[in-house]
Design a protein around this ligand. Structure first.
Ligand SMILES: Cc1cc2nc3c(=O)[nH]c(=O)nc-3n(C[C@H](O)[C@H](O)[C@H](O)COP(=O)(O)OP(=O)(O)OC[C@H]3O[C@@H](n4cnc5c(N)ncnc54)[C@H](O)[C@@H]3O)c2cc1C
Length: 516
């Protein structure tokens, strides 16, 4: 049996003809639109298109996932948001419902058993953010809502399992997406045997999430040099065994980072100490210590103290649908990148409960803050790891810990993603001043148009475009609406008008499947 595959000529060509694909004996499937990724970004677009009336047989989702919330749940659980914990975004960020109503708080109240449980979320939404912290839903509620909506839009019928290796423009318009299916896959009857399948589509949507987990260079070097992947961990890797070991013996943990993930790790460590009797000392290392409000403009500043920059959500609310959104849309190049950095960056929400926990830890001496640049990370005595820092007074300080948790970041460079790297070198895509994909306001990937086909993207790879909160439920839904409108303008489906919107909302409320 011959094994058809990509030839060197095909790999180096920017555009392929139908004959090229046939000559390479690659099985080909036609479909109007493919969405690559199959996570929440794909889900948001497919949900919107289904609400707009596009039938499920016009869409294929190319993915390795069984459920759209699967990668999200994996990363959330590792970074200390199990199903019963509350996420960061608010009540109206309903990823399963493009109308934002009924909100998560309303649904939680509706499903609650006691009067108190019914009143709590409603009161919190009423009093937030001044008299109460922002209401945020439990992650489990979000997952259940996504599963319900997936069934309603017939999500599973659109899935094709595999990894997309490249997307190339097609002579004559549209794109070829090359998918490597899982082991054991057999081509449809009449198609040549092959390790890959090509999807020929007019339109492509890329929602591939984070290119990879980013590690601090010094910790990565330590892990590799000493083959120690056990005691030096990334917050986004499963590391439950660390907390289990901490319950067994008094230990010291060094935490690096000051965003929401670092906060959640600190909260877990300190709660285990207070509630489960762990004898853990937490050393929290800051590179940039924030001790005053950030920003000179009284109308554009955020709370800063105790090392942290505080902000309810990763961007100010006005960045999702207010004056900051409009301001960003008018900016280009470095100006746009600068405003995004000013609005975002490393920050964490202010939650009264968390503040009190850290305060008790500070007073008791088991939560210690350190500031400095790391000079080296080396094995220390008795199974510890020694981190040598240079503090602000230029003194060398050694911090010994049994475990180090790196909570500094998740997003590595887009070129570390094979498909995005290929798109930059062969697909006409370029980098924005922010370093990620240069985007059009319609969420089309700039430079990739192949009339009448269009290539779109949403999610973290598009940060730096004309919308700041791209990597959020609301941002994914906003991108989906812009893409659906753009597609409608070129004849793929129709814009969601008032009567369709009302009709579909009632259908959603009845949990009735969308036909087609
Ligand atoms: C811990 C955490 C908490 C968050 N909390 C919130 C929150 O509270 N509120 C909020 O609004 N947002 C939140 N976000 C941000 C955002 O909503 C999620 O990251 C969301 O999952 C992004 O969706 P996505 O589709 O871009 O990526 P994902 O959901 O990660 O899906 C992308 C998928 O594409 C797959 N893929 C990649 N390359 C290929 C390829 N070549 N072929 C096939 N498949 C591929 C990946 O395996 C991945 O499964 C959070 C993010 C994290 C990490």
């Amino acid at each position: 049996m011959t094994d058809a595959d990509l030839t060197a000529d095909l790999i180096s060509a920017r555009r392929w003809t139908d004959q090229d694909v046939a000559a390479a004996r690659l099985p080909m499937i036609d479909v109007p639109l493919v969405s690559v990724g199959g996570g929440l970004g794909s889900f948001a677009l497919v949900d919107t298109l289904r609400v707009a009336g596009i039938p499920s047989n016009a869409i294929r989702v190319l993915t390795t996932l069984d459920r759209p919330d699967q990668t999200y749940e994996y990363l959330a659980s590792a970074s200390q948001i199990p199903r019963h914990e509350r996420i960061r975004s608010d009540s109206g960020s309903t990823i399963d419902n493009i109308w934002g109503f009924p909100s998560y708080a309303l649904r939680e109240a509706w499903n609650a058993k006691s009067i108190k449980e019914k009143m709590d979320p409603l009161l919190q939404v009423f009093l937030e953010p001044v008299f109460a912290d922002y209401y945020t839903p439990r992650s489990g509620q979000v997952y259940e809502s996504v599963v319900r909506e997936s069934a309603r839009i017939n999500w599973n019928s659109m899935l094709v399992k595999g990894v997309v290796r490249m997307v190339r423009a097609r002579h004559g318009g549209g794109y070829f997406s090359v998918l490597t299916p899982p082991r054991g896959w057999r081509p449809p009857p009449g198609q040549p045997p092959s390790k890959r399948i090509v999807f020929r589509s007019s339109h492509v949507h890329l929602a591939v999430g984070y290119p990879g987990v980013k590690f601090l260079d010094d910790l990565q070097a330590y892990r590799q040099a000493h083959d120690d992947f056990h005691r030096v961990v990334n917050a986004y890797e499963p590391h439950e065994y660390v907390y289990e070991e901490l319950l067994r013996r008094p230990s010291t943990v060094l935490v690096r980072g000051s965003g929401i993930v670092a906060t959640r790790i600190l909260v877990r460590l300190l709660e285990d100490r207070e509630r489960k009797g762990a004898q853990t000392t937490v050393l929290h290392l800051f590179r940039h210590y924030i001790d005053k409000p950030q920003g000179d403009d009284p109308k554009f500043r955020r709370l800063g103290r105790n090392g942290f920059a505080y902000q309810g959500f990763n961007y100010p609310k006005a960045a999702w649908g207010g004056q900051l959104k409009e301001r960003l849309e008018r900016l280009d190049g470095p100006g746009r990148a600068a405003l995004i950095r000013q609005m975002g960056g490393t920050n964490t929400p202010f939650r009264r409960e968390w503040e009190a926990l850290l305060q008790r830890g500070r007073q008791g001496g088991w939560y210690q803050q350190w500031i400095g640049e790391v000079a080296s990370v080396d094995p220390g005595p008795n199974g510890t790891i020694t981190t040598t820092i240079v503090d602000p007074q230029q003194r060398s300080v050694q911090l010994a810990a049994n475990f180090i948790i790196d909570a500094t970041g998740l997003e590595s460079d887009i070129s570390e993603h094979r498909l995005l790297a290929d798109l930059l070198s062969h697909g006409g895509a370029s980098r924005s001043a922010f370093g990620r994909l240069e985007m059009e306001p319609s969420f089309e990937v700039a430079g990739t148009r192949n009339d009448p086909g269009r290539m779109y993207a949403s999610g973290s790879a598009t940060l730096g475009g004309y919308y700041a909160g791209v990597d959020s439920f609301l941002g994914l839904q906003y991108a989906a609406l812009r893409i659906a409108d753009d597609l409608a303008s070129i004849g793929f489906g129709e814009r969601i008008g008032v009567s369709r919107s009302v009709k579909e909302w009632f259908r959603w409320m009845r949990n009735a499947p969308i036909p087609g």
